[in-house]
Ligand binder design. Structure first.
Ligand code: URA
Ligand code: SF4
Length: 222
């Protein structure tokens, strides 16, 4: 008789209560940044080096939201410092959005990966982890109160706008949402870097820069 493989045990909500349980009393960027280092809201803290909180000024008018820290970000403890971050910086510069007006963060604060030899391969966070981590992002949105939110990639877009949202259909448009005065979605910069060949990469990069260029136009209307 065939023996069924045991199902993956679901995390016990008692073991992992979600980020909410670790929020500090006072909600400021410094207190939140400090508190997230102790978050055990979901299993992802166990294999990561650092919790990576957002970076930027509370007065920033544009908040850019990615998926989760990558390998470089996990080691540095800062968001968007690796290859994706360099591409994002270049696109922001081309769009005329100064660093002082850009707050960059992620939906999930700990790096999720699979170890393959010496390499750590990025894994997508699941719905449970995204939900567990959302209170941190909600606090960032509340403290910064950005005029413009830019969702980078499908994970961020769907986490905030719902599972039926399609980046390919609605990228680069000013959307009306509860997040900010104007919300935009575009691809994740890592998808540009992963393009299979030079030509595809050039087109993907142009499209990404175009989308951020539209964000820049709205930024100048503020
Ligand atoms: N990718 C992300 O989504 N966020 C980072 O901080 C880095 C890479
Ligand atoms: Fe907490 Fe988010 Fe890290 Fe999970 S990923 S442990 S909820 S900070």
């Amino acid at each position: 008789m065939a023996v069924r493989a045991p199902r993956q045990p679901r995390p016990d909500p008692g073991d992992y209560p979600g980020g909410q349980a670790f929020l500090p009393e006072k909600h400021t960027l410094p207190t939140l940044r400090q508190a997230v280092t102790a978050c055990k809201g979901c299993p992802l803290y166990r294999n990561a080096t650092h919790a990576v909180f957002g970076e930027g000024l509370a007065s920033a008018r544009v908040m850019l939201i990615g998926e989760q820290p990558g390998d470089s970000e996990d080691l540095a403890g800062k968001p968007f410092v690796g290859p994706s971050g360099r591409l994002l910086d270049a696109a922001l510069q081309a769009a005329g959005i100064p660093r002082s007006d850009a707050y960059v963060t992620n939906v999930v604060k700990h790096f999720k990966y699979t170890q393959r030899g010496k390499r750590r391969i990025h894994d997508k966070p699941n719905r449970y982890e995204i939900t567990a981590c959302k209170p941190w992002l909600a606090e960032e949105l509340e403290v910064v109160e950005p005029d413009i939110v830019v969702l980078l990639g499908a994970t961020a877009a769907q986490a905030l706008l719902g599972g039926t949202f399609r980046v390919t259909k609605q990228r680069g448009q000013a959307l009306e949402t509860e997040l900010a005065r104007w919300t935009f979605a575009t691809v994740h910069p890592s998808s540009v870097l992963r393009a299979p060949d030079e030509d595809t990469r050039r087109v993907a990069k142009d499209d990404f820069f175009h989308d951020l260029g539209v964000v820049g136009q709205y930024f100048r209307k503020l």
